[in-house]
Design a protein around this ligand. Sequence first.
Ligand SMILES: [Zn+2]
Length: 390
Amino acid sequence: MSEINFDPIVLTQSLVKCSSVTPKDEGALKVVESHLKAIGFDCYPLTFSGNGSYEVKNLFATIGNNGKHFAYAGHTDVVPVGNENSWKFPPFSATIEDGRLYGRGSEDMKSSVACFISATKRYIDEYNEIPGKISLIITGDEERDSVNGTPKILEWASKNNYKFDHCLVGEPTSKNEVGDKVKIGRRGSISFFFQVKGIQGHTANSHLAENSAHHLVSLLNSILEKPLDEGNENFLPSSVQIATIDIGNTVQNVIPELSKATVNIRFNDMHSSDSLIQWVNDKIEKIFAKLENASCTYTYDANADSFLNKPGLLYDVISKSISEITGKNSNPEKATDGGTSDARYIKNYCEVIELGLRNHTLHKVDEFAYTEDIIKLEKIYFQILQNYFK
Ligand SMILES: [Zn+2]
């Protein structure tokens, strides 16, 4: 068990040293809990399981009284290290060299969790009392299924009458310097797994067979024919990508019976999972309705719908706090790009904005965070608490 130390860099190191590759925890949540308890938080470790996914440890912690309720959401799980031999330092050693703190999870997003805990500690030390409530929603499953993590913590909180007014998610959102970019929404994601069935035969006797690959190619062509949209003021254009095409034919003289493909779509708020399923159905209908000897079936995995939060009070507080710390007057960019995050669940409960470190090495070999960025992020989080409860 690591010592209690609220220095955001030391605390980040304590967290990085726990090899919490989803769904393993390896003590990471205990580090969070012991620090929050030391400040006076009520801590509720929450283990959830079921719904076709593995068991996950999570933590909900809360402090304060009636008044505005500020929530911070983050995760302590990390993605696998990949080839460990390619790392400059062991990925869970949290080694600091030349102002960089190396380790899996250093950028995504243990440093942010550490910064928020440090900022809260400083805020409570300075003001003694919170004119409202601060809660932390910390999951051990953001990087994989996200089934027994944030969505279930939120349900649990709601059942126990915790209502959040605003939520800050600490994912790494910044670009060139800390605070130059926040996220106010995200694109949605859906994958389609197509399987086309024809009739197997000799390539020399094509009239006796039906080539599944040809019809799959037609389908994929029609899907890629023209862009789904041109984007809008808040979102980039939706993106349709073939992830894989699998026929698995090992010889040249057999017409394949089965051909498969996976297509992933990252879509903006001009579409929904339902509208895209309909769009795919229409494409399939057009190509296969007239074919007697070939058919297409598919399954899909709708990971997330897109969402957009109209910037409100939280954006104003965050924007003001960033400029007070960085001395820059320009408002942070309001972005909706990148992958999904647990903000997609929180948006159903309150205004949510994501703000964290620079996004540059996450999920890579030699992931690191600049120690000066960690210090700056802690200051910004402190300023946000100060301005929010003013
Ligand atoms: Zn993350």
